[in-house]
Design a protein around this ligand. Structure first.
Ligand SMILES: *[C@@H]1O[C@H](CO)[C@@H](O)[C@H](O)[C@H]1NC(C)=O
Ligand SMILES: *[C@@H]1O[C@H](CO)[C@@H](O)[C@H](O)[C@H]1NC(C)=O
Ligand SMILES: CC(=O)N[C@H]1CO[C@H](CO)[C@@H](O)[C@@H]1O
Length: 147
């Protein structure tokens, strides 16, 4: 019991330290929810490779949280904005459609075609916020709203 406690305490300290050095490393730029914004959101070309990659992360997030039997995939990016805030934060308006790939097959989305069967076709309009911090190798998708 005591040993367990010491172990978890040590782990906690380690995490706190890691978090601390992690943030102090990035003191030039404020945290994402800070009111100080280093850049305003700017429109960006929807064919930009970064935008397309970000849209795909939004789709992953949608698929992870949906109850659908099938995977959805982006069909069109209607509008994209980007803001420099501890990396890049993309704000995307994306249309996504149901594919023929069932979730349980764990297929790669690139090889998934949109549904051909009329009564299974579905398109959704989504708003994604995708925040990419390249130096931490992290992607957060704080918002993935589809209807
Ligand atoms: C976006 O990029 C594509 C391909 O690079 C280009 O053809 C298109 O004109 C650009 N659109 C705008 C609005 O700049
Ligand atoms: C989706 O779920 C998988 C496995 O559950 C996980 O590895 C992945 O990070 C998740 N992706 C997102 C964007 O939530
Ligand atoms: C829950 C679920 O099936 N999530 C999937 C969302 O899409 C990605 C990419 O195809 C899959 O890897 C996930 O398994």
């Amino acid at each position: 019991m005591a040993v367990n406690f010491i172990h978890s305490f040590a782990a906690l300290c380690y995490l706190a330290l890691w978090g601390f050095t992690g943030t102090s490393d990035a003191t030039r730029v404020p945290p994402p929810h800070s009111t100080m914004k280093p850049g305003f959101p700017l429109p960006i070309n929807t064919s930009n490779p970064g935008v397309r990659k970000a849209a795909r992360f939004g789709v992953y997030r949608y698929n992870n949280s949906s109850n659908d039997l099938f995977l959805f995939k982006e069909s069109q990016i209607n509008k994209a904005m980007v803001q420099i805030v501890r990396g890049l934060k993309y704000m995307l308006h994306v249309e996504i459609g149901r594919t023929e790939c069932e979730k349980r097959e764990h297929s790669s989305l690139d090889s998934c075609h949109f549904q051909r069967e009329k009564n299974l076709q579905q398109m959704l309009r989504c708003y994604f916020e995708v925040w990419i911090t390249p130096w931490l190798h992290k992607v957060y998708v704080p918002i993935a709203l589809c209807h």
